[in-house]
Write a protein that binds this ligand. Structure first.
Ligand code: EPU
Length: 426
């Protein structure tokens, strides 16, 4: 679209100083859904101000949830008037894929759910079969997808069961965990996803009175309870935002401290940076990257579920590897179409080819500013990082993708010396 917001970046300035990570998008979205499991208020201390959270709050209101911004910037969410029969407009569900995380709470509380099916997106087809398999196992035999909607009816309470996931899906694990909190008896999820966001969800649910163990491992046990209660919660820092900033420090050859980090959550990223020859200092809740006057080394990356290298950091690393001598390989194993950034990076002077899910990146001496277009959140971040390193001016179009997941992106980078501004108009 001609008049979407753009980012203008004048590259070539090393980032210097300290940048603070916001709360995790991919934790916030399931946690907001989880708040609907109780009639009482769940208060979030640090909801990130990003478009995906705004859209999720809209969907929550559509299904009868109430939201209140408290004077100190905290948010209170309650599922007191939850009403699964209210239809959520298709356009809204399309805005926020994670609205599928409402299925679990709606089924647990209301015994029914009726939501538009999020379609595929620019990174892949994004199946829902494991979510549906989980709900069926919990007793919702009546699940149909028709006319683009998913309609599910189940008993109240749902019935505890054993579910063996075929794919360790993050969203399916979260949905099943939430649905099972109020089920009769015990539910066991095998081959569960192990992401830190799932541990944060367990922590919130247990504070609400659930009985869950095992999040962070591949077996999660949920003993159902009759009712959950309100509580308050601080969301974990965003490990992907943190990783993005670390790469920004390295690609500009700056000295950048990234604060509010859980170093263990970004180990796959820091290990890869060290393998490339980057000098890092890892503290309790910060990591500093230091400038290098030596050549970094080409590396190979395979994306994997946590604790493997995250798919959500693949595009940003690709931007960095375009400037590293030698040939680096990136294999994307999680999403089938997550190399959208490749032609755009090539417009900036990179040399990248893809074949069968693997990108071959031949390091070049420099990138040169150009107009490029973002197609998804992480591709947008990768293009912004490439722009920070490129000679001259880069314009990144369609930064609404970036704003879905990064809080105050421009402000944070300008504070550490980037020359970057958001522009609107055609
Ligand atoms: N999959 C299935 N069946 C299912 C569910 C998933 O085959 O029922 C497949 C998907 O098609 C995909 C793979 O399993 O190929 C992984 O999907 P998963 O369900 O684990 O991902 P998600 O829950 O939809 C979350 C994050 C993504 C992140 C992935 C993988 C949220 C809101 N989103 O998505 O975040 O890439 O896990 O780590 O938590 C992003 O932040 O940029 C982003 C896309």
């Amino acid at each position: 679209m001609a008049n979407q917001a753009k980012l203008e970046i004048v590259g070539g300035r090393p980032l210097q100083g300290t940048i603070t990570v916001s709360a995790a998008k991919n934790a916030a979205l399931p946690l907001l859904a989880a708040a609907l499991l109780t009639e009482e208020e769940v208060v979030f201390d640090n909801l990130p101000r990003i478009k995906d959270v705004e859209a999720m709050l809209e969907v929550i209101q559509q299904v009868g949830g109430t939201i209140r911004e408290l004077e100190d910037g905290r948010w209170a969410i309650s599922g007191r008037n939850l009403d699964a029969s209210r239809e959520v407009p298709n356009e809204l569900v399309r805005k926020i894929r994670a609205s599928n995380l409402l299925l679990g709470p709606l089924l647990a509380r209301c015994g029914m759910a009726h939501l538009s099916m999020p379609g595929g997106c620019s990174i892949g087809s994004r199946q829902m079969d494991q979510h549906i398999k989980g709900f069926r196992a919990l007793g919702c035999q009546d699940i149909a997808i028709s006319g683009g909607y998913i309609k599910a009816h189940g008993p109240l309470p749902l019935q505890g069961t054993v579910i063996h996931l075929d794919v360790a899906s993050v969203g399916a694990t979260e949905n099943i965990m939430m649905a099972a909190t109020l089920a009769a008896g015990t539910t066991v999820i095998r081959n569960a996803a192990k992401e830190p966001e799932i541990v944060d969800l367990q922590n919130l649910l247990n504070k609400m009175g659930a009985h869950i163990r095992g999040a962070g491992t591949d077996v999660i046990k949920i003993e159902g309870v009759k009712k959950l209660k309100g509580t308050s919660h601080s969301i974990i820092p965003d490990r992907i935002e943190a990783g993005t900033h670390l790469v920004a420090g390295v690609i500009t050859n700056g000295q950048l401290t990234v604060k509010n980090i859980i170093p263990e959550h970004v180990e796959a990223v820091t290990a890869k940076l060290m393998e490339m020859g980057v000098k890092l200092e890892i503290g309790d809740d910060y990591i500093t990257v230091f400038p290098h006057d030596w050549q970094l080394k080409a590396v190979d990356i395979r994306t994997q579920p946590y604790p493997g290298f995250p798919t959500d950091m693949q595009a940003q690393f690709m931007a960095l590897l375009t400037l590293v001598p030698g040939i680096s390989l990136i294999t994307e194993n999680i999403f089938e179409a997550r190399f959208n950034q490749v032609p755009e990076l090539n417009r900036l002077g990179a040399s990248i080819k893809t074949e069968n899910g693997t990108a071959f990146i031949k390091g070049v001496a420099k990138l040169t500013g150009a107009e490029v277009s973002a197609t998804d959140l992480r591709a947008a971040a990768a293009l912004a990082l490439a722009g920070l390193a490129a000679e001259g001016k880069t314009i990144v179009e369609n930064i609404q993708h970036l704003e879905r997941g990064y809080e105050a992106f421009v402000e944070k980078y300008c504070q550490v010396g980037a020359q970057m501004r958001r522009i609107t108009g055609s």
